[in-house]
Design a protein around this ligand. Structure first.
Ligand code: SF4
Length: 278
C-alpha cells in the first residue's frame, strides 16, 4: 500500500501553544495540574500524563490551594478565575486567543443587553466558557430542531463555537431569518478549522481510502471527518492503532492519513507505519 500523511493535518496553533506551555512547566517542576483533558486526544493526554500532567475536573478545583493549574485552549468561564483567586491558585492560562476573542465579543453583547444564541455542543468545555460570559443566560443549541420548543426573542445575536461547521452555521442563520427573526449573525468559526475543509476535500479525493485519526470527543474531528467521508466514501474514523486491521484494506491501495486539530503528528506517523506493515 502507498501511504501518505496530510501535511496540513495535526495540531492547530492553539493546541501547540497549550502543550508547549505544559511541557515547559513539566520539565521544570515535574508536575502540573490541568483543568480537563488538555486536548481531545487520549493518546496525547497519556503521553503528557506520563510526564507529570495531572488532569482534574471542575469539582476538584475548589479543593486545591496554592498550586499551578493550566487552562487549556478551550478557555474557562469567569467562575474558574474566581475560585482560583480565592484559593491562591496560579492559573497558567493557555486559552486560545481565538476563543478569548470570542468570549470577549459575547461578554460585550451580553453587557449591551443583547439576547444571545450559541450554536455549540452541549457540555463542551469551550461552550461552557462562552455561556459563562452571559451568566448562563445564553441559549445553547447543537441542532436547529432544539429551538422548536423554545420561545425565542424576536431579535437576537447568534454566535458559534469555534469548531462548528461553517455550512451548518449559515444554513441555521438562513433558517432563522426565514422564520421571521431579526438575527445578528457572527461567524465566529475558527479559520484553523474551516480553512482545512477545502484542502482536506482535495486530499481525500486523491486516495483509494482515507484513515482519519481523531479522538472521539473532538468536535472538529467530527466535522473534518464528515468532509473526508463526503469526498471519499471509503473513509475510516480511527482513534487508536488497535482499530486498524489488515482486512480493512486491499492490496496496492493508496491510503491518505489525516486528522483533526487535536491529533498529534506522531500518532498519524504511527498509523502510517502500521499500514505500511500490512
Ligand atoms: S481550533 Fe482554532 S480556536 Fe480552537 S484551539 Fe485551535 S486555533 Fe484555537
Amino acid at each position: 500500500m502507498r501511504v501518505s500523511i496530510d501535511k496540513d493535518s495535526g495540531f492547530c496553533f492553539g493546541v501547540v501553544y497549550a502543550i508547549d506551555m505544559a511541557e515547559e512547566i513539566l520539565e521544570e517542576e515535574g508536575y502540573l495540574y490541568c483543568l480537563g483533558d488538555i486536548v481531545h486526544n487520549d493518546e496525547e493526554v497519556a503521553r503528557l500524563k506520563a510526564k507529570g500532567l495531572r488532569i482534574i475536573g471542575h469539582a476538584d478545583l475548589p479543593n486545591l490551594k496554592n498550586e499551578k493549574v493550566l487552562i487549556r485552549a478551550h478557555g474557562e468561564s469567569p467562575e474558574t478565575y474566581r475560585i482560583a483567586l480565592e484559593n491562591n491558585i496560579t492559573l497558567i492560562d493557555a486559552s486560545c486567543p481565538v476563543v478569548l476573542k470570542l468570549q470577549n465579543r459575547i461578554k460585550t453583547s451580553y453587557d449591551d443587553r443583547e439576547k444571545i444564541l450559541i450554536f455549540g455542543k452541549h457540555g463542551h468545555a469551550e461552550v461552557i466558557g462562552l455561556q459563562g460570559q452571559t451568566n448562563n443566560d445564553a441559549i445553547v443549541f447543537q441542532d436547529i430542531s432544539e429551538l422548536e420548543d423554545v420561545e425565542l426573542p424576536a431579535k437576537f445575536t447568534l454566535y458559534s463555537q469555534t469548531t462548528k461547521s461553517t455550512d451548518k452555521f449559515y444554513s441555521i442563520k438562513d433558517e432563522l431569518l426565514k422564520r421571521g427573526y431579526e438575527v445578528k449573525a457572527n461567524d465566529t468559526i475558527c479559520r484553523q478549522v474551516s480553512s482545512r475543509y477545502e484542502d482536506l476535500a482535495l486530499f481525500a479525493k486523491q486516495f483509494d481510502r482515507i484513515v482519519f485519526v481523531s479522538g472521539k470527543k473532538s468536535s472538529n474531528g467530527k466535522v473534518l471527518y464528515e468532509v473526508c467521508a463526503k469526498h471519499n466514501p471509503q473513509s475510516y474514523f480511527v482513534s487508536d492503532l488497535d482499530e486498524l486491521s489488515v482486512e480493512m484494506f486491499q492490496e496496492n491501495e493508496s491510503i491518505g492519513v489525516c486528522g483533526a486539530t487535536s491529533t498529534p503528528m506522531w500518532l498519524m506517523q504511527q498509523v502510517k507505519e502500521k499500514l505500511e506493515g500490512f
